[in-house]
Design a binder for this molecule. Structure first.
Ligand code: ZN
Length: 144
């Protein structure tokens, strides 16, 4: 009997809370090692079916960002979207948390919060990138 249980497992829910931290759910190809977030049933790199489910680290680094000023009525504008690089070699686009303008190179922590998308008139709660560090562009006198 053929079952799709594995694929369904991989594709369910975008995140998991573990040890108080929000981890995005992703898929890693057991053949070529490519990582996808959100997870998918088939590897884009080599076509392998059935990716291993992994949880990404709760922190990443801002690769770049954009500010959205116009959207459909289902989104409150303006809002920021950041591309976040994770140690697992995957880049994920996330809305940012807070009013702060994102900074390229800044460390971010993944947090849950109300986003720009409205569902039944209320902000949808989901994972966001919260800026927690400053870019390492300045050198300081001490090593701490
Ligand atoms: Zn692959």
């Amino acid at each position: 009997m053929v079952t799709t249980e594995k694929a369904t497992e991989v594709l369910q829910g975008p995140y998991e809370i573990e040890g108080g931290f929000v981890h995005l759910r992703a898929g890693r190809c057991p053949e070529c090692g490519a990582v996808f977030c959100p997870a998918r049933a088939v590897c884009d790199g080599c076509g392998h079916r059935g990716l291993d489910e992994i949880l990404l680290a709760p922190r990443g680094t801002t690769y770049t960002f954009t500010t959205v000023h116009q959207s459909t009525p289902d989104f409150r504008t303006p809002y920021h979207l950041a591309y976040v690089d994770f140690d697992e070699h995957v880049r994920v686009m996330l809305p940012t948390a807070g009013e702060e303008t994102p900074r390229i190179g800044a460390a971010v922590e993944i947090v849950l919060g109300p986003g720009p998308r409205l569902v039944d008139g209320e902000p949808e709660v989901g994972p966001h990138a919260l800026m927690v560090g400053t870019p390492a562009t300045e050198t300081s006198g001490g090593n701490g």
